[in-house]
Structures are given as C-alpha cells and as structure tokens.
Design a protein around this ligand. Structure first.
Ligand code: ADP
Length: 452
C-alpha cells in the first residue's frame, strides 16, 4: 500500500472492481481493499444474469424491448417504493453498461428470464454459465492487465475527513496493523448486511430466524463507515428472502432463478402447482410460506437442465433428485405421484396453448417438461439481499440526512439503498454493480480533476 491515492475502493465485488477500472481509465490512481482473503463478495455468487434493455443481444434474440417497460416492471416489482432518480439512471444506462463490459472482454450474449420481468432481459455468457463468477474473473483480469492494485485481507476501519471533505482512510491489515492512507476520494462498495445478526435484529427481526445465501463478508461494514462519516441510510428494513434455496445440508445453496427462467415449475407435497413461478421473489416466497410444508419442490426435465448449466453444479453437490419417469421422481421427492403426473401433463398443455389458465404465467413458457430424465430439488426460502443501505443520488454521492453531499465520498452496489424499493428483481443486482460502479469511477474523476 502506498502513502496516498486518488481513490480507494472498499470491497472487491463487481461494483468496486468496475469503479476502479473506470476511474483508472480516466487517469486516477486507484486501489481496492478487500477484507477477506477471497475476492468477489456476493457478486461471485450471482447465477442468473444481468438485466438490461434495448441491447444488441436482445435484438439478436428477437426481443424487442424498451426502457419504459423495463422501468415499469422494476417499479411494480419494488412495490412502487423505488427511488425514482436512481431507477431512471439505472434503466437509461443499462445498455451502455453491457457495451462497456463487452469492450472489456466480458461478453453477455445469451438471454434468460427472471421473475417480474415481462421480457427476456437477463444477459448471461454465451455458454449459459453463471454470470457472477464469469464477471468477477473478467474484471479481475482487467485489474491485472491495468496494474490496478488490490489488497486482500485489508479492512476499511474509518473514513477520515478534513472539514466536509474526505481526506483519508484508516485500514487494518494483520501484517501492518492499523494505518491511515491519504486519499482524495473513497468509494464504499462493501456489499450488504445479510450476515450481520445485530443489524437484522434491529431492522428486520421477523427474518432473523432464516438462514442466508450470502458470503461471510456481507456484514454491513460500509453502512457503519458511512454513518460515522455523516451519511444517511434508507430502506434498512427491506430484506429480500429468496424463494428457492437448498438448505438440507450445512450450506445454503442458491438455486438460481434461471431454473424457473428456463421452464421449471414449483409444486407442493400434493404434486400441484401453487403460484406463478415467474412472479417476483417476494410473491413466490409468500406462496411457499403459505403452504406450511417445509418449503416446496422444483420440477424440471433434461431440456431445462441443458439450458441452465449451473444445475450440473447442484447435482455434483448432491442437491438434485433424478428419475426416468415423473412417477419415480414423485416417489423420490415424497410427492403425490398421480397428481404430479396430472400437473406436468396440464403444464405441457399450457405450453402448447401458450396460456397458463391456472396461474397466469406469461414468461419462461417456451418449453414443456417432456424430456427424460426428470429432476427435482427441494427448496426453502432464505435471506438473500439487503435492499436498504447508504443513501446516494444518481451521481453515487453519499448524502447526509439533510440531503447534502460529503465531498469525495461515494457508494455503489448492494451497500446502497433505494434503487430496488421493497423487492429487488432478479438480475438487477449485477446490473446495479456495473451501472453505478462505472458512475462512481466517473464522478470521482470529475470531482478530483475539478479540485486540481
Ligand atoms: P457488490 O455486489 O455491491 O459489488 P459484493 O458483496 O459483491 O458487493 O462485494 C463486497 C465486498 O466488500 C466483499 O468481498 C466484502 O468482503 C468486502 N468488504 C466488506 N466490508 C469490508 C471492509 N470493511 N473492508 C474491506 N472490504 C470489505
């Protein structure tokens, strides 16, 4: 670590890495610090895709989309409580974020669907593999190529101000102990707080008993750092519970929304569907909880499996039940076999007609469940994402309670609040990291150059 920088980024997730790359390309001396030994935070765990609208990828898949409908889906999905300024910036900069990634050798040229989206907007790699690890690896390669330093096992402890301006960052590292580094700007990109029991207890005690899909570093440090520096927070009680996680072992595995996005259905113990599987995460979670059956079961076939290769991983770690017929699958998954056969037959009919008379599902209707072998995964909801966080404006400037900015202090990614309202749509977190990560890099450069 040097004695001074233009910009220090706290956190090595997709938001932090994107910002550092963008800032350095504009001429800033930037560095990233990461408190863990491993890189990539929750970004590394994202599976399904990155939402964007009006992209070349969409057109090449015959998807004719527009910003107004993207905005409306997110607004409805977020319970009409989203920060409109952030949402508008988000929908108007999603296409340029996809293009920026492509220029950085991170091509997202395939598409899938997520719940609450009326169009296919979740951009993913051509081989349909998980978006998060692909993105994190691609960004890491850019950091190496551009010689942007990243210090792991180095924790941000305190933002140092001189008057109303950021002047430095106190860090801690086992080897060098505590040290204050001079910097003109700080970007907080340290992720959410789903692993912080004290914060969950304070803000959302009703979800405290649930497990979480999050990585161990999601402890809300950045929120505390911002508040100590005078920043405000918003929406802290809005916690996302993801409907489909597998938690029958010690680990909580996220079962990506892409399994449903490629055609899977959800059934209860009686072997019957009970919800439009492509509604928003809050609605699907509520429907599962209302069954009072210790979760529910995802059902799909070989065709769906091939369209969402993350399933190979779920199978490798033992989460997937397999059978040559629906009856045999029902037996293995402890479901009513006769009813499940009827359910799948009815579902296949609705694929042919294009109408889901029972639950009105409109997306991910392009394939029936016809191709053996058949698969089942037992799922239950778990805490997945914290919608609330640091209050920012569309320039990613951290705001105080009275709406003033703190000069040189920026925040982006899951650590911020407002964009998603009370329910984040799948595929919007990765989009947020790239869109607002870039913006933070740009705004930090603008700020620093205007003060020189
Ligand atoms: P985003 O999706 O917003 O980019 P991620 O969860 O992917 O967020 O990444 C945030 C990263 O920040 C994680 O790797 C996490 O370990 C790291 N982090 C959290 N708190 C600190 C801290 N105090 N100092 C340094 N890094 C931190």
């Amino acid at each position: 670590l040097k004695e001074n920088y233009d910009l220090i980024v706290i956190g090595s997730g997709a938001a932090g890495m994107t910002a550092a790359i963008q800032a350095q390309e504009l001429g800033l001396k930037a560095a990233i610090i990461e408190k863990l030994a491993s890189l990539g935070g929750n970004s590394n765990r994202a599976s399904t895709g990155m939402n964007a609208t009006e992209t070349v990828t969409q057109l090449s898949h015959q998807v004719i989309d527009d910003q107004a409908s993207f905005y409306e889906d997110i607004w409805q999905g977020g319970g009409k409580t989203n920060d409109k300024e952030l949402l508008k910036y988000f929908v108007t900069h999603s296409e340029s974020a996809i293009n920026w990634l492509e220029k950085h050798d991170i091509a997202l040229t395939d598409l899938t669907s997520t719940g609450g989206m009326s169009q296919k907007r979740a951009h993913r790699p051509n081989n349909k593999s998980a978006v998060g690890s692909y993105l994190v690896k691609g960004l890491q390669k850019q950091l190496l190529d551009k010689h942007i330093p990243l210090f792991s096992q180095t924790k941000a402890m305190q933002i140092i101000k001189n008057g109303d301006m950021v002047a430095g960052l106190k860090i801690y590292n086992d080897k060098i102990g505590e040290k204050t580094i001079k910097t003109k700007a700080v970007l907080i990109a340290s992720g959410g707080f789903a692993q912080n029991k004290t914060m969950l207890k304070n803000y959302a005690p009703d979800v405290l008993s649930l497990r979480t899909t999050n990585h161990p570093g999601a402890t809300g440090d950045g929120i505390e750092l911002a508040v100590a520096a005078g920043g405000a927070v918003v929406d802290m009680n809005k916690i996302q519970v993801h409907p489909t996680t597998q938690q029958d072992t010690d680990h909580v595995y996220l079962i990506g929304e892409g399994v449903r996005g490629e055609g899977a259905i959800l059934v209860n113990q009686a072997g019957q569907r009970f919800v439009n599987e492509m509604s928003t995460r809050d609605k699907v979670t509520t429907a599962i909880n209302n069954l009072h059956e210790n979760g529910a079961t995802l059902i799909f076939d070989q065709d769906v499996r091939q369209a969402f290769p993350a399933i190979d991983f779920y199978q490798a770690v033992g989460l997937v039940m397999t059978a040559d017929s629906i009856s045999e699958l029902a037996q293995k998954a402890h479901l009513d076999g006769e009813k499940l056969r009827e359910t799948v037959a009815r579902w296949n009919d609705s694929q042919l007609s294009g109408v889901d008379a029972e639950f009105g599902r409109k997306t991910a209707m392009d394939r029936g469940l016809n191709l053996a072998p058949y698969y089942a995964i037992h799922i239950k909801p778990a805490i997945h994402y914290t919608m609330g966080g640091i209050k920012i404006n569309k320039l990613t400037e951290v705001l105080t309670e009275t709406g003033n900015k703190i000069n040189g202090l920026y925040a982006a990614g899951e650590v911020t609040g407002g964009l998603h309202g009370n329910n984040r749509i799948g595929g919007n977190s990765i989009a947020e990291t790239v869109i607002f990560g870039r913006q933070a890099g740009i705004q930090a450069a603008k700020y620093i150059f205007s003060n020189e």
